[in-house]
Design a protein around this ligand. Structure first.
Ligand code: TAP
Length: 455
C-alpha cells in the first residue's frame, strides 16, 4: 500500500492537477524484485526483436507528442514549444538507441595460444532518478540506452513532476514492452530514491539533480560498488569577445539562460563580455531581455513560463541583491510561481551569485580584459557542465574551448544537447556521460573470454 498521496500542482496557476501515490520502501522492494526477475528474460530477447520493440515505443511516443506536451505544460509550466520538443526528444532518443541494440559488438583481441573475445553484457536492474526540470528528456536519456543494452529499468520521477513519466510507461506497455521491464514508481527521494540506491539488486543508478544529493548517492553507492552516472549542477559561462557578431550573441543570450525559466543545468548564468564591447552588448541584451515573452506557457508564443514551486521561487529570490540589478524583464502577476528575467552587474567572483547555481532566470554580466582572463573567470567555478564562446576568430574559439574545463561547449551557438553527441560534466557537474554513440556501453559490463586452442 502507498504510504500516502501527494498533490501535483500546476505552477502557472497553483491549481491541483491530480493526486499521485507516494510509494513505500516495501513497494519499492517489490518493484525491484519484479525488475530483477524480468532481467533474465529481457536480456535474452533477440536483439532484432528488442530493437523493434524500442522502435515501436518511439513511434507510440511520436503519436502522442501533443498529449505529452500538454501534460508537461500543465505539470511543469514549460512552454508549449519547449514541451513539444521534449516529447519529440524522447521519441528520437528511443529511435537512436533502438539502433544500438544490434551493434553491441565485442572485440576479438590477438593473444598467444588461443583466441580472446569480449562480450558486452547488460549490468542488470537500473534505477533512474529524475529531477523536475526536464522530466521527459532526462528520463529517456537513461531508460532508452538501458533498455537497449538489455537492462530492466525502475524509474523514479520527481515528486513535483511525475505525470509524463507515468504516461510514457503506459505508451511502452501499449506496444508490448513488458511491465516489469520498465516500471515507473512515484514517491519521494528520501523513501523511493533511497530504497533504489541502497538495494544491492539495483546495479546502476542514473541520477540527475542537485550536486548535494548526487554526492550523497555516490557515497551510498560506493558501499556496493554500484555504478553511477551523475548529472549535477552547473554555473556555465557565455563568453562574448569583441570580435563576435554582437547582435546575434546578445539576441540569443536570453534564451541561453532564461529558457525553462533558468531551471536548466546548462543555463549560461554568467555572461562574460570583453570590456571594449561591454556597453554595446549590454544595450543589445537589455532590448532582447525586455522583448522576452514571459506569459502563460500554453500560449503558442510564450517564451518563458513560471518557476516550479513557491518554495523554489523563494530560493531564487534569496539570491538577488536588488542593488546589483541592471535591468529586469517582465512577468505576470497573480497566481503562479512567476519570476522576471533578472540581470545583475558588478558581481564580484567571490559572491554567491557568481558561484552558486540559482536555477532560476537570473544572470550576471561581467567584463574581462583578455582571452586568458575570460578562461580563468569561466573556470573559476566548482562546476563544469556547458558554456558558449562567441567570436569570429576560429583559432581563438578553439583555444578557449580547449582551455575551459567543461563537458559541453558551443561556439557561436548556445545549444548543448543533441541525442547523438555525449553530454555530461567536469568537476562537480557530474560523473560519466549520457547520450551519444557510447551511452549503451555504460549499461554493460565487459566480459573477457580466452579460449585455449593448443589443448
Ligand atoms: P534534488 O533534491 O537533487 O532531486 C532530484 C531527484 O532526486 C528527485 O527525483 C528527488 O526526489 C530525488 N532525491 C532527493 N533526495 C534523494 C535521496 N536522498 N536519495 C535518492 N533520491 C533523492 O533536486 P531538486 O530538489 O529537484 O532541486 C534542488 C536543486 O538541485 C535545484 O535548485 C538545482 O540547483 C539542482 N537541480 C539540478 C538539476 C540538474 S539537471 N542538474 C535538476 C534539478 C535540480 P523528490 O524530489 O521526488 O523527493
Amino acid at each position: 500500500m502507498p504510504i500516502g498521496m501527494f498533490e501535483v500542482i500546476n505552477p502557472s496557476n497553483e491549481q491541483v492537477l491530480r493526486e499521485v501515490a507516494a510509494h513505500s520502501e516495501a513497494e519499492t522492494f517489490e518493484v525491484i524484485t519484479r525488475a530483477s526477475d524480468a532481467f533474465s528474460r529481457w536480456r535474452k530477447v533477440a536483439p532484432g526483436q528488442r530493437a523493434n520493440l524500442l522502435r515501436a515505443f518511439a513511434d507510440n511516443v511520436g503519436r502522442h507528442i501533443e498529449e505529452l506536451a500538454l501534460l508537461e505544460v500543465a505539470n511543469s509550466g514549460h512552454t508549449l514549444t519547449n514541451a513539444r520538443w521534449e516529447a519529440g526528444n524522447v521519441r528520437d532518443v528511443l529511435n537512436y538507441y533502438a539502433g544500438s541494440v544490434e551493434r553491441l559488438t565485442g572485440k576479438q583481441i590477438p593473444v598467444a595460444n588461443g583466441i580472446d573475445i569480449t562480450f558486452k553484457e547488460p549490468i542488470g536492474v537500473v534505477g533512474i532518478i529524475v529531477p523536475w526540470n526536464f522530466p521527459m528528456p532526462i528520463a529517456s536519456w537513461g531508460f532508452a540506452p538501458a533498455l537497449a543494452a538489455g537492462c530492466t529499468v525502475v524509474l523514479k520521477p520527481a515528486e513535483a513532476t511525475p505525470l509524463t513519466a507515468m504516461r510514457i510507461a503506459e505508451l511502452a506497455y501499449e506496444v508490448g514492452i513488458p511491465h516489469d521491464v520498465f516500471q515507473v514508481i512515484t514517491g519521494s527521494g528520501r523513501v523511493v530514491g533511497e530504497a533504489l540506491v541502497h538495494d544491492d539488486r539495483v546495479r546502476k543508478i542514473v541520477f540527475t539533480g542537485s550536486t548535494e544529493v548526487g554526492i550523497h548517492i555516490q557515497r551510498a553507492a560506493a558501499k556496493q560498488v554500484k555504478r553511477v552516472t551523475l548529472e549535477l549542477g552547473g554555473k556555465s559561462a557565455n563568453i562574448v569577445f569583441k570580435d563576435a557578431d554582437l547582435e546575434k550573441a546578445a539576441a540569443s543570450a536570453p534564451y541561453a539562460v532564461f529558457d525553462n525559466a533558468g531551471q536548466d543545468c546548462c543555463a549560461r548564468s554568467r555572461i562574460l563580455v570583453e570590456k571594449s564591447a561591454y556597453d554595446d552588448f549590454l544595450n543589445l541584451f537589455s532590448d532582447a531581455v525586455k522583448k522576452l515573452r514571459v506569459k502563460d506557457p500554453l500560449s503558442e508564443d510564450s517564451e518563458m513560463g513560471p518557476l516550479i514551486s513557491a518554495f523554489h521561487r523563494e530560493s531564487v529570490a534569496s539570491f538577488v541583491d536588488e542593488s546589483l540589478v541592471l535591468f529586469k524583464g517582465s512577468a505576470p502577476t497573480g497566481k503562479g510561481f512567476w519570476y522576471p528575467p533578472t540581470v545583475l552587474g558588478g558581481v564580484n567572483p567571490g559572491h554567491r551569485l557568481f558561484r552558486d547555481e540559482v536555477f532560476g532566470p537570473v544572470v550576471t554580466v561581467t567584463a574581462f580584459e583578455s582571452e586568458s582572463e575570460a578562461i580563468s573567470l569561466a573556470n573559476d567555478s566548482d562546476y563544469g557542465l556547458s558554456g558558449s564562446i562567441w567570436t569570429s576568430n576560429l583559432g581563438k574559439a578553439i583555444r578557449v574551448a580547449q582551455g575551459i574545463e567543461s563537458g559541453n561547449l558551443s561556439v557561436n551557438s548556445n545549444s548543448s544537447v543533441r541525442y547523438s553527441t555525449p553530454f555530461g560534466g567536469y568537476k562537480r557537474s557530474g560523473l560519466g556521460r549520457e547520450l551519444g554513440p557510447d551511452a549503451t556501453d555504460s549499461f554493460c559490463e565487459i566480459k573477457n573470454v580466452f579460449i585455449n586452442t593448443e589443448i
